[in-house]
Design a protein around this ligand. Structure first.
Ligand code: FDA
Length: 304
């Protein structure tokens, strides 16, 4: 109930307008967002790198409706890639296709993605295409495949809550794609996604193991859930799966001690570091994943 309400609010323009204009709203967002500027985000990455953690930087934004906004988002990614190269921080980048113009037109999005992927190639970097709501799954995978035929330095995300992911994972494994596997963060109907969490979790383990077993693949295991992480650690140990075939991934501000513990055990761990002024939908999805955070945040807000 709470999850559904928060996911509804994450897409409601009126709520975004009111909540983001509350005094101190940016401070609340800083629980999950590494500041509003590229410089603040790069400093956050530097601090993570010092603890042995890698990063993926996300210039926040989604569902832009004009070509000019999509082009501006692409420019922000070019600046981000240049800044990574100049600063020497260990980070790649993650982005959403609706930020680069998918709702305006696939050609607009492809043009912007080619600009970004060319710059990523020249700075020896990698771009991860996040997965959005199920209305975009088919198109996102199509755009990913078009781009991957031209640029090897691109990967995509699969969500274990979708019924279709079993087939998508089999196809992407056969293609040798680099994927991130997550459970899925959007509000989806039972016609496309498992409505029961236990089924999402079971699918996560099944899909992760299938990908770990596939030759010539790489997987980012994106989860904060010990019920996923522990069995997957056991699985890779049992099967002698080399550690350069996968990495764990977690979100900035979520379970930082668990992130560091995995590094100490010798695993590659990447932290997803979002920044920028467009933090509202991202922030609300994080609250929806763990409604207990709502009370924590309200308590801190009124205590100030
Ligand atoms: P789950 O929600 O099942 O919770 C298990 C445990 O993890 C909780 O009991 C708690 O201990 C901890 N936990 C989880 N979320 C927390 C939070 N917000 N605060 C504090 N503790 C928390 N989704 C998507 O649809 N498309 C995408 O592209 C991505 N990309 C992505 C990248 C990375 C690096 C991560 C880690 C996640 C995503 N996601 C995503 C989000 C993902 O789909 C999912 O919603 C969240 O990771 C929550 O699921 P978990 O598997 O982490 O645990």
């Amino acid at each position: 109930m709470m999850r559904s309400s928060l996911l509804y609010l994450s897409r409601a323009g009126w709520a975004r307008q009111r909540l983001t204009h509350l005094p101190g709203a940016n401070r609340i967002a800083s629980r999950f967002v590494a500041g509003e500027t590229l410089d603040s985000a790069v400093e956050a990455v530097r601090a993570l790198n010092a603890k042995g953690l890698l990063a993926t930087l996300d210039h926040l934004g989604e569902n832009v409706h004009t070509e000019a906004d999509a082009n501006r988002a692409a420019d922000a990614y070019l600046a981000l890639l240049d800044k990574i190269a100049a600063s020497g921080v260990k980070s790649n980048a993650s982005l959403k296709l609706t930020q680069l113009g998918l709702d305006v037109g696939e050609e607009v999005c492809l043009r912007n993605m080619r600009r970004i992927l060319s710059r990523a190639a020249s700075t020896h970097n990698f771009i991860r295409i996040d997965m959005e709501g199920s209305a975009y799954t088919e198109q996102t995978l199509r755009v990913f495949r078009t781009l991957r035929a031209e640029y090897p330095n691109v990967g995509v995300v699969i969500q274990s809550y979708l019924y279709r992911s079993e087939q998508d994972v089999a196809a992407l494994a056969a293609e040798g794609a680099n994927i991130r596997l997550c459970k899925g963060a959007y509000k989806e109907p039972p016609t496309v996604a498992f409505p029961v969490k236990a089924d999402v979790d079971a699918a996560y383990l099944r899909l992760a193991k299938a990908y770990l077993d596939a030759p010539n693949t790489y997987i980012g295991l994106a989860t904060h859930d010990d019920k996923m992480i522990a069995p997957l650690k056991a699985y890779v140990a049992e099967r002698n799966i080399p550690r350069d075939k996968f990495e764990f991934q977690m979100l900035y501000g979520v379970r930082p001690q668990a992130q560091e513990a995995l590094v100490k055990e010798g695993y590659k761990v990447r932290v997803y570091v979002p920044y920028g002024t467009e933090w509202y939908p991202y922030f609300m999805r994080r609250l929806a994943e763990r409604p207990a955070n709502v009370w924590f945040i309200l308590k801190n807000y009124f205590r100030r």
